[in-house]
Ligand binder design. Structure first.
Ligand SMILES: Cc1cc2nc3c(=O)[nH]c(=O)nc-3n(C[C@H](O)[C@H](O)[C@H](O)COP(=O)(O)OP(=O)(O)OC[C@H]3O[C@@H](n4cnc5c(N)ncnc54)[C@H](O)[C@@H]3O)c2cc1C
Ligand code: SF4
Length: 462
């Protein structure tokens, strides 16, 4: 250990850009046994490991599995990593580590943080390849729990209940399970076979999965409350926000989630409306978050003739991750900072245009973020064949939730006790984006785990 003097931080290799754009495959090639060991050996084994205590929402046992893998003990590293996390091979790939564990690493001060995410994903990939099995005991208790929604929050809750031997039935309205892991996050960040593999493990562990079952429509929430000892609601927040701008209902305009979901359906082999085909089109994406990055990079792979991002703040204030921004630039995306869209309109020749104004960053507002100031007399037009709005998400109301006595706030987000994830109905638990608003896979996973522990305490102490 402590080998950071001799070994530099090394990120996983990336597929070369022109190759990347030919398909939707993952762009990072994770570590083999020897690379993972070398990178793990850089860890200084701090007495108070901030990566775990401050950085990781799951408080994963990071220094412990780094020590195990550097001691060539893959089995111990695999079990330690899977002990606290419901899907380390997924989180290691898609967590914004720079803001989380790696951002809190003691070596992130010029030496280069430990490549925690890539090591984490590699340990579990290598463990599965070596035939290691997760410790599910089989269903041992009479009580059963219903989980509504098969996204990260639901998977995590189901995973920890099954590990305690409690039966779980999951209801998902989509055709495939995984929530945004399947239909939101593109394959170049997360291969869909990895999500399928997790569901295979959960089904082998006893999970009963009902797809195309929308709770509140195909089955009432009340029926679940009568049939199960507890219900976990992890229905996410995927209703795209409109901009309120004139012209957003033009046929050339679409919402980010619609585009990404349709594209994923197409990759799964479905016929899709040609409106979503970007070949030879000029695509403009409005927004600066990670969903915008995913749309930009998807459109590049979809054969667009040009892809640009319009963002009203500067680069320093852009919420999207730097890693994904650099990947997008490498892949040919043009970023236009300090550009604020005013309206969308169609010229007499049917060409759609985004009318924009230039901006500059002003004094900080009450929320601490710098204000956006419009620079007068700078209006101009950006022509586009397709305009994608990536402006955030709202919660979609689930029928029956309020009738079951579950309190929601004015935005429709479910209210819970943050310690136990229980709602104002003592038999209903919740977490993930439907409670937090659009957030992260790892925070949804942490909520699911917290809810599972509270449900276990309640059911098994009777
Ligand atoms: C394009 C995009 C890219 C992202 N990239 C990243 C990333 O790189 N890293 C990261 O950490 N986070 C990322 N996120 C955020 C992350 O995906 C979410 O925070 C996370 O998926 C939330 O998990 P969840 O389980 O709460 O909800 P979801 O993943 O939305 O899952 C909710 C599930 O509930 C189902 N459902 C809804 N209503 C019902 C009902 N009535 N009955 C039955 N089922 C129902 C839905 O179909 C869905 O499958 C991204 C988000 C988007 C949109
Ligand atoms: S779950 Fe995310 S934050 Fe936690 S160690 Fe893994 S990559 Fe880091």
């Amino acid at each position: 250990m402590q080998n950071f003097i001799n070994t530099s931080r090394r990120d996983p290799d990336k597929v070369e850009t022109t190759e990347r754009l030919k398909n939707f495959d993952e762009i990072y090639q994770l570590f083999d046994n020897s690379q993972v060991r070398k990178q793990a050996e850089r860890c200084v084994q701090c007495g108070d490991p901030f990566c775990t205590t401050i950085g990781c929402p799951l408080q994963n046992h990071i220094p412990q599995w780094l020590e195990a893998i550097s001691a060539r003990d893959l089995e111990r590293a695999f079990y330690l990593s899977n002990e606290s996390s419901p899907f380390p091979e997924i989180l290691g790939r898609i967590c914004p580590q720079g803001h989380l564990c790696e951002g809190a690493c003691t070596l992130d001060d010029g030496h280069g943080a430990i490549t925690i995410g890539a090591i984490e994903a590699s340990i579990t990939d290598l463990g599965f390849e070596a035939g290691l099995q997760l410790p599910f005991p089989g269903i041992r208790h009479e009580q059963k729990v219903a989980v509504v929604g098969s996204g990260p929050a639901g998977i995590s809750c189901a995973h920890f209940l099954l590990r305690a031997g409690i039966g779980v039935t999951m209801y998902e309205r989509a055709e495939r399970p995984g929530g945004l892991l399947t239909y939101g996050i593109p394959g170049f960040k997360l291969d869909k076979e990895i999500v399928d593999h997790r569901f295979k493990l959960l089904r082998n562990a006893g999970l009963v999965l009902h797809l195309q079952h929308s709770v509140g429509e195909d089955i009432a929430l009340n029926d679940l409350l009568n049939e199960y000892s507890a219900v976990f609601v992890g229905i996410g927040a995927t209703k795209g926000k409109q901009s309120g701008m004139e012209g957003e209902d033009l046929p050339q305009v679409m919402l980010a989630m619609d585009y990404l979901t349709v594209k994923q359906h197409q990759i799964f082999g479905k016929e899709v409306n040609s409106k979503y085909d970007m070949k030879d089109k000029r695509v403009v994406v409005i927004g600066g978050g990670d969903t915008a990055m995913d749309c930009l990079r998807t459109a590049m792979r979809d054969g667009a003739s040009s892809v640009s991002c319009l963002y009203r703040r500067d680069m320093a204030n852009m919420p999207g991750s730097r890693k994904e921004y650099h990947n997008a630039v490498e892949e040919g995306v043009e970023f236009c900072f300090n550009i604020s869209p005013r309206r969308i309109y169609q010229r007499p020749d049917h060409q759609a245009c985004v009318e924009v104004e230039k901006t500059r960053m002003g004094e900080p507002a009450d929320d601490g973020r710098q204000r956006v100031e419009i620079i007068p007399d700078t209006a101009h037009c950006v022509p586009a064949d397709v305009i994608i709005l990536a402006l955030g998400f709202d919660m979609e109301a689930m029928p029956g939730l309020l009738d079951a006595g579950v309190e929601c706030d004015k935005w429709g987000q479910v209210q819970i006790d943050p310690g136990t994830c229980v709602t104002s109905n003592p038999n209903i638990y919740s977490g993930g984006d439907c409670y937090r608003g659009a957030d992260l896979v790892v925070t949804a996973a942490a909520d699911g785990r917290r809810a599972a522990l509270a449900i276990m305490r309640k059911l098994l102490s009777k």
